[in-house]
Ligand binder design. Structure first.
Ligand code: GTP
Ligand code: MG
Length: 196
């Protein structure tokens, strides 16, 4: 697929406001500031397709982008803001869980984690949800440019080892929007999910 022609479709507060549950969707999830918007922009070679982070707790929308007819990329709200009130966090987690568990056209999940702080509780919960729902996962260790190559490799190996515990289809790769690391791996994975 040609990801460069991707365009914005809509933002929805919850799954009831999403367009018809047909075609194929792949969602990008991760803690706030993990680099989701940047990764989408890098993949699509567009500077501001996905807007970069706003005020913590404000981005509660599910953003949909269309690559081609029936082929969509989804930017899920970032999680893990310490400053967000408990009540809002719960609502948010419910919306995310609901999307992962109920959206029939969801065929793959990209979970982005800052390579320096991987596998926080909510990251693990996202992966567990996906595995339970039989959705394949691509974990991207973002901002790989922030580590020297030795540290980078040891983090990759550590997360790969830890991911075996999920007992699902979970692939782990390095990623950097800044240095364009892992973009081909991401594209290949998306191609495979979108053509299944
Ligand atoms: P939310 O929308 O708040 O959930 O955040 P996000 O996951 O979309 O993160 P975003 O893409 O907005 O990036 C957050 C910050 O990390 C920005 O300041 C980016 O410039 C920076 N960043 C993103 N990707 C990279 C990367 O590959 N390398 C480096 N060094 N910085 C990055
Ligand atoms: Mg973002």
């Amino acid at each position: 697929w040609n990801y460069h022609v991707t365009h914005f479709v809509t933002s929805a507060p919850d799954i009831r406001h999403l367009p018809a549950d047909v075609g194929i969707e792949v969602a990008f999830a991760g803690r706030s500031n993990a680099g989701k918007s940047s990764a989408l922009n890098t993949l699509t070679n567009q500077k501001s397709l996905a807007r970069t982070s706003k005020t913590p707790g404000r981005t509660q929308l599910i953003n949909l982008f269309q690559v081609a007819e029936g082929i969509r990329l989804v930017d899920l709200p970032g999680y893990g803001y310490a400053e967000v009130p408990e009540e809002m966090k719960r609502k948010w987690q419910r919306a995310l869980g609901e999307y992962l568990q109920k959206r029939e056209c969801l065929k793959g999940l990209v979970v982005l984690m800052d390579i320096r702080h991987p596998l926080k509780d909510l990251d693990q919960q996202m992966i567990e949800w996906a595995v339970q729902s039989q959705i394949p996962v691509l974990v991207l260790l973002t901002k790989a440019d922030k580590l020297a190559s030795g540290a980078r490799k040891s983090q990759l190996n550590m997360v790969r080892e830890a991911s075996l515990a999920f007992m699902g289809d979970v692939q782990v790769e390095l990623f950097s929007s800044l240095k364009k690391i892992g973009v081909d791996k991401l594209r290949l994975k998306l191609d495979s999910w979108f053509s299944a």
